[in-house]
Design a protein around this ligand. Structure first.
Ligand SMILES: *Cc1c(COP(=O)(O)O)cnc(C)c1O
Length: 324
């Protein structure tokens, strides 16, 4: 049984036209709309808020007083878990990959501002990160705390329910939607959209956070829909991963500049930059066509831009001095 969600965000988020971006991609001026899930409110906003409403709701129902979660050093999910804890008066411990030597900017600066306590797990794989989080929970229990472990990226069947709700908003806002394009990281966001809109209507762009993200999305979606969701039935592009999650790819860099200069919209280097580059590739190869309604789901990530040295350097390159 799912526990009731706790209200953390501001919903429904707006849907806005993006005619200049559409034209730049080779679509008609009325074909492309942006679902502003970067504007979910709490803690700088982003897609993790919708998932946290459910996972933190369950933690509260269990009587937790401390939230524990895992992520990369520049995890948007970790930052928003920190904000949710602050809002609700819960302690937050973040088990992060890497070491304290990494950039203190971006999401990490906000984690500190929200009062979350970091635990540095070193250069571990996903299993190592999970083991470190289990050890932290054990230690907290010994000290008399009541920790609840929020899953990696906030993604689980429960967390994905937040994106079922987003899919329902989209169905009302854009009734003739043909394709919703979204970044695919830990899988919960795509899973919920697939459950609400159907597998044929959601295009996920893999960012390289998991070895098999389609399997994760299918696993989280299956219990939420009558439709059969096998991983190979999902529309997933894997051509935007590049040298991996943390690196800025050429197409993502171009996408950052394009969205900024056509619509004043900021993409992040890891997720939405790749997702927009994936949409551009999908238009080129005919998977997304002019004359169909496409929604780009903007999942947030702006603070991560400032914690990403390559992306900041790239953005600064664009500042060509005005020649008087
Ligand atoms: C986490 C994240 C995603 C991916 O969502 P998942 O549910 O993990 O697949 C997309 N965009 C941003 C900005 C994110 O932080």
């Amino acid at each position: 049984m799912a526990h009731p969600p706790v209200e953390l965000g501001t919903f429904p988020t707006p849907v806005e036209p993006a005619p200049r971006l559409a034209a730049a991609l080779g679509l008609g001026p009325d074909d492309l709309w942006v679902k502003r899930d970067d504007l979910t409110g709490l803690g700088g906003g982003g897609n993790k808020i919708r998932k946290l409403e459910w996972t933190v709701g369950a933690a509260l129902a269990e009587g937790a007083d401390t939230l524990v979660t895992t992520g990369a050093a520049q995890s948007n999910h970790a930052r928003l878990t920190a904000a949710a804890g602050a809002r609700l008066g819960l302690d937050v411990v973040l088990v992060l990959r890497g070491s304290p030597g990494v950039s203190r900017s971006g999401n990490l600066a906000l984690d500190g501002l929200f009062g979350a306590r970091p635990v540095w797990a070193g250069e571990v794989d996903r299993a190592g990160l999970d083991a470190a989080a289990a050890a932290v929970c054990e230690r907290l229990r010994e000290k008399g705390a009541r920790p609840a472990l929020v899953p990696f990226g906030g993604s689980s069947v429960l967390g994905a329910r937040g994106y079922v709700r987003c899919g329902e908003e989209l169905r009302r806002q854009v009734p003739d939607l043909r394709t919703a394009v979204v970044a695919l990281g830990s899988g919960g966001t795509m899973a919920g959209l697939v459950a609400a809109l159907g597998a044929d209507s959601v295009l996920g762009v893999d960012v390289g956070a998991l070895p098999d993200p389609a399997a994760a999305a299918a696993e989280f979606a299956a219990p939420l829909t009558e439709e059969t969701v096998a991983p190979d039935r999902l529309r997933v592009r894997r051509d935007q991963v590049g040298d991996g999650y943390a690196r800025l790819t050429g197409p993502a860099a171009e996408a950052l500049r394009l969205a900024a200069r056509t619509e004043g919209l900021v993409m992040d280097p890891v997720y939405t930059g790749r997702a927009l580059a994936g949409l551009a590739a999908a238009v080129r190869d005919g998977d997304v066509r002019p004359g169909e309604r496409t929604v780009f789901v903007h999942t947030g990530g702006l603070p991560g831009l400032f914690g990403h040295a390559e992306a900041v350097a790239y953005a600064e390159e664009g500042a060509v001095p005005y020649d008087l």
